[in-house]
Write a protein that binds this ligand. Structure first.
Ligand code: NAI
Ligand code: PYR
Length: 372
C-alpha cells in the first residue's frame, strides 16, 4: 500500500505521524511511504533519515495526501478538506464529536476515517490515545505550576509550599490515563492532590497506586463544587470515548474559585468539561481569564514536546498501520475488533455511535459495512 505522511499544519504542532523507525517497519513489509519534505523536522527527524529508512520525500502536501492511506497526528484543518476523496483511508486523531464540519466533509466525501482515540481494546482501554494522554497528563501539572506563578498571571504560589506555608491544592477530575499521570507529577512536586472519578473501581485502583499521598472523591456535583472552591489548580481529564465531554463544572463553580487560580482543561479536544472553557486555545496564546481564573485549553498539548510524543505515537500506531496496509481495511477490521471501533466514518456513513449522537446523525454499525 502507498502511505502518505503530510506535515502537520496546526499551530505549533511539531509532531509528525511517523518516526523513521515506523517507516522502516512498513517499507520492510513492502509498502511505500511518502513523507512531505521537512515533516519530521519539528521532532528532530530529517528528510535524509526518512530516506535512509526507505521513504520517498515529496515536495507538497498534495502528494502526501494523494496516497491510499494518509497518516497524520491531528485532525485535518479546513484547508486540508480538499484533499479528501472517496475510499481514502485517513488514520489520525479526529475528535469528531467536537468537529461537526469535519464530520460532514468526511461523510460527504466517503473517506474511511479511523480515529486513533476510539480504537478500543476489549478491556475498554484506548491504546492509541494512551501515550499522548501520558504526555498531556504529565504536562498538565507542570503547566499548572507555571501559570500559578505571578508573572504568568497566576496567584503567585509554589505547588509544594515551604515550611510554614501551606502546599497548593490540586483537583484532578477524571482518574484515567491523563488524571493518573497528572497526579504522579503533582505529587512529585509536593502538592495536596485530590482525584475525582465516577467509577468506584477506578477510585480503588487509584487508592492502591497512590496510597495516602492523594485524596480520592466520587464524582458528583456537590463534591466537585466543594473541591473546586478550595483548589488552586483544577485539571479536566474526563473522557467518554468518542462522545462530547460532559460539562461537569458549572460557571458558578468557577466563580467560587479564588482569583489567580488555574484551570487546565485537557479534555478540551472533546469539547472540555468546564462551562467556561468555551474555546480552544493555542500554544502561541494558551490562556485566557474568566471570573479571575486562568484557563488553559490547548487541544494539542503533546505538540510542545514533539520528540517524546512522535516516538511514543509511532510505537503504538505502526502495528495497526501494518495490519491496514498488509490486509486492506476490510480484512484488517474483520480480524481486529478494536481497530473496527476506530472507524468513525465509512462509505458515507457515521460508524461510531457516540459521534453520531453528538451531531444528531444516523449511526450505521460498521459490522454491516464489512459484509457489504
Ligand atoms: N489536550 C490535549 O492535548 C490532549 C487531550 N487528551 C484528552 O484527555 C481526555 C482524557 O483522556 P484519558 O485520560 O486518556 O481518558 P481515560 O479513558 O483514560 O480516562 C477518563 C476517565 O474519566 C472518568 N470519567 C468518566 N466520566 C466521569 C465523570 N462524570 N466524572 C469523573 N470522571 C469521569 C473515567 O472513569 C476515566 O477514569 C480525553 O478527552 C483525551 O482525548 C489526551 C491527550 C492530549
Ligand atoms: C490526543 C490528542 O488529541 C493529541 O495528542 O493531540
Amino acid at each position: 500500500m502507498n502511505i502518505g505522511v503530510p506535515k502537520e499544519i496546526k499551530n505549533n504542532e511539531n509532531r509528525v505521524a511517523m518516526a523513521p523507525s515506523g517507516v522502516l517497519s512498513l517499507t520492510k513489509s513492502g509498502h511505500q511511504i511518502f513523507i512531505e519534505t521537512n515533516a519530521g523536522l519539528g521532532s528532530g527527524f530529517t528528510d535524509e533519515q526518512y530516506e535512509d529508512a526507505g521513504a520517498t520525500i515529496v515536495s507538497s502536501a498534495k502528494e502526501a495526501w494523494g496516497q491510499d492511506m494518509v497518516m497524520k497526528v491531528k485532525e485535518p484543518l479546513p484547508e486540508e478538506y480538499d484533499y479528501f476523496h472517496e475510499g481514502q483511508i485517513l488514520f489520525t486523531y479526529l475528535h469528531l464529536a467536537a468537529e461537526p464540519e469535519l464530520t460532514k466533509e468526511l461523510v460527504d466525501k466517503q473517506v474511511t476515517a479511523i480515529a486513533y482515540e476510539t480504537v478500543q481494546l476489549a478491556n475498554n482501554t484506548l491504546p492509541l490515545l494512551t501515550p499522548m494522554s501520558e504526555v498531556a497528563g504529565k504536562m498538565a501539572s507542570q503547566i499548572g505550576a507555571q501559570f500559578l506563578e505571578k508573572t504568568k498571571g497566576g496567584k503567585g504560589i509554589l505547588l509544594s509550599g515551604i515550611p510554614g506555608v501551606r502546599r497548593s491544592k490540586i483537583t484532578i477530575i477524571g482518574g484515567g490515563v491523563v488524571g493518573t499521570n497528572a497526579a504522579k507529577i503533582a505529587v512529585g512536586l509536593g502538592a495536596d492532590v485530590t482525584l475525582i472519578d465516577l467509577n468506584p473501581e477506578r477510585l480503588r485502583q487509584l487508592d492502591d497506586i497512590f496510597g495516602f499521598s492523594i485524596n480520592t472523591m466520587m464524582s458528583n456535583p456537590m463534591n466537585i463544587s466543594v473541591a473546586l472552591a478550595e483548589s488552586d489548580l483544577v485539571i479536566g481529564a474526563v473522557l467518554i470515548p468518542g462522545a462530547k465531554a460532559p460539562k461537569l463544572v458549572t460557571e458558578e463553580m468557577v466563580k467560587n474559585m479564588s482569583d489567580g487560580s488555574v484551570i487546565v482543561d485537557v479534555a478540551i479536544d472533546q469539547g472540555g468539561i468546564f462551562e467556561t472553557s468555551d474555546h480552544v486555545t493555542t500554544h502561541d496564546n494558551p490562556t485566557y481569564t474568566k471570573h479571575g481564573v486562568l484557563h488553559y485549553s490547548v487541544a494539542n498539548m503533546p505538540g510542545a514536546v514533539p520528540r517524546t510524543s512522535t516516538i511514543g505515537l509511532t510505537n503504538v500506531t505502526v502495528p495497526y498501520a501494518l495490519q491496514l496496509a498488509n490486509q486492506g481495511v476490510v480484512a484488517a477490521c474483520q480480524n481486529n475488533e478494536p481497530l473496527l471501533k476506530g472507524v468513525n466514518t465509512w462509505k458515507g456513513f457515521v460508524t461510531h455511535s457516540a459521534v453520531a449522537a453528538a451531531h444528531g446523525l444516523e449511526y450505521v454499525d460498521p459490522h454491516t459495512l464489512l459484509e457489504a
